[in-house]
Write a protein that binds this ligand. Structure first.
Ligand SMILES: Cc1cc2nc3c(=O)[nH]c(=O)nc-3n(C[C@H](O)[C@H](O)[C@H](O)COP(=O)(O)OP(=O)(O)OC[C@H]3O[C@@H](n4cnc5c(N)ncnc54)[C@H](O)[C@@H]3O)c2cc1C
Length: 413
């Protein structure tokens, strides 16, 4: 099968690359093994939230000062300033409605009741402009009986330390009792599947009853798996402001984002090979010619360009054994010491070197193998090295900005 571009990985970076290339009229296929980081998302997209442990207020100003080794520097601050403005409308086209601005970070309420900087957040999630001035008054935190991946008491502690008073309530519905029979069924995605249609009215009735004299209601973000219609309906029916707080994985908001992007890509004409894994590729000289997958067997996928969007360690885009760190599909170059003790810091909370390991690229994000650039193969997102996106809260931003840059690079050729 021949495509203009084949993308390896269907996380945020692979999907956004695929959408933009398909919109530009290219024939694109995405091959994706399975879960991506989006499925574990906080519901917020970080551009640049922290530097050396301090919160960053103005992300673009901080990005402009990053070292040359950072992927943002290869994208370039002028391109980033342009790209960031396009993300919110692009997400909205796909059906992901967000709020936030690249001019100034806002703060998301975390599952443990702390506040962290963010760039864009899914509309229904709890955020504030500044954590030192919480606008919610008395808060009712309302959970579903038996749902254990949400910790209301942690959230209450955080909010009470910030000066708010909180009440903790929970309820159940006949529809949820079937799930409760086995605690393994009482998970976010299963709850989301139940709370649709008429059940939303029943949830609203219980929430209104339990909220008492609260000014604001917070609930776990377990509603609206395929789109945000159930969320909008519930918020209309609840008689005071209602916001959602991210839960322990799986993340319903993150899964919704992945589903929306995937459906948009397919609607635009893209081919999405779900649940298939790329095993290897065949290069001739400095060009990748074709790749092979588990499900397609001998049937090759050939393309003019390839984009590696296979993620970092979490998604097996980068792997480690006791003696080396490697890129498992093509054996691409990675700059990492061979001495294992240099990969990590003994203090788990410190900055670990391995978090910055990723595939080596040239200035155009073309990958390298055995010291030579592969002319038609690019890398985007978390598979790139050069930054610790967890410490920086820059994961989504790096995925988006590098994807947009690579798409421009390919279209310019
Ligand atoms: C647990 C977790 C939570 C995070 N939460 C946030 C957050 O809330 N906000 C934020 O801004 N950032 C977050 N990040 C950072 C995250 O890395 C980026 O935001 C971004 O989502 C990365 O996207 P990606 O597409 O580059 O990689 P990934 O999301 O990792 O996607 C890579 C995809 O490639 C597929 N793949 C791998 N190997 C193959 C193969 N051989 N063949 C086919 N497919 C393959 C994987 O299955 C996966 O679907 C989080 C990261 C992790 C690990």
């Amino acid at each position: 099968m021949k495509y203009d571009i084949v993308i390896i990985g269907g996380g945020l970076s692979g999907l956004v690359s695929g959408i933009l290339l398909t919109k530009a009229g290219r024939k694109v296929a995405i091959v994706s093994s399975g879960h991506s980081a989006l499925h574990f998302s906080s519901g917020s997209f970080g551009l640049f939230g922290q530097r050396d442990g301090n919160f960053v207020e103005r992300p673009l100003e901080a990005i402009a000062k990053l070292p040359a080794s950072h992927p943002y520097r290869k994208v370039g601050i002028d391109a980033i300033t342009d790209y960031v403005k396009r993300v919110k409308p692009l997400f909205a086209e796909a059906g992901i409605n967000t709020h936030g601005s690249e001019e100034r970070n806002h703060y998301r309420l975390t599952p443990i009741g702390a506040f962290k900087p963010a760039w864009l957040t899914i509309d229904d999630y709890a955020t504030v402009g500044k954590p030192d001035n919480l606008p919610w008054g008395k808060v009712a935190i309302i959970n579903f009986n038996g749902y254990l991946d949400f910790y209301p008491s942690f959230i209450a502690k955080g909010l009470e330390e910030a000066g708010l008073s909180c009440s903790l309530k929970s309820f159940t519905l006949p529809e949820l009792e079937t799930l409760r029979k086995s605690s393994t069924e009482m998970r976010a995605a299963n709850i989301a599947r139940v709370i649709v249609g008429d059940v939303i009215g029943d949830v609203a009735r219980e929430v209104n009853r339990l909220a008492g004299d609260a000014d604001t209601v917070l609930m776990p973000a377990v509603i609206g798996l395929f789109d945000d219609e159930p969320v909008k309906l519930l918020r209309e029916k609840v008689d005071r402001p209602l916001y959602f707080v991210s839960t322990q994985p799986m993340s319903v908001g993150g899964m919704r984002s992945q589903i929306r992007l995937r459906r948009y890509f397919k609607k635009l004409g893209g081919t999405y090979l779900l649940g298939d894994s790329v095993t290897n590729g065949v290069a001739e000289g400095d060009r990748m010619m074709k790749i092979f997958t588990v499900n397609l067997g001998d049937m090759e996928l050939s393309a003019d360009y390839f984009i590696l969007a296979s993620g970092s360690f979490f998604s097996y885009g980068i792997m480690a054994n006791p003696v080396s760190i490697y890129e498992p599909i093509f054996g691409l170059d990675i700059k990492a010491p061979t001495t294992r003790s240099e990969w990590y810091h003994k203090d788990i909370f410190k900055d670990h070197a391995y978090m910055k390991y990723g595939v080596t690229t040239d200035d155009e994000f073309r990958v390298m193998k055995d010291g030579r650039t592969l002319d038609n193969m690019y890398a985007v997102g978390a598979v790139l090295g050069g930054c610790n996106s967890m410490k920086e809260e820059s994961g989504a931003g790096v995925a988006l900005m590098t994807s947009m840059k690579v798409v421009d690079n390919i279209l310019a050729r």
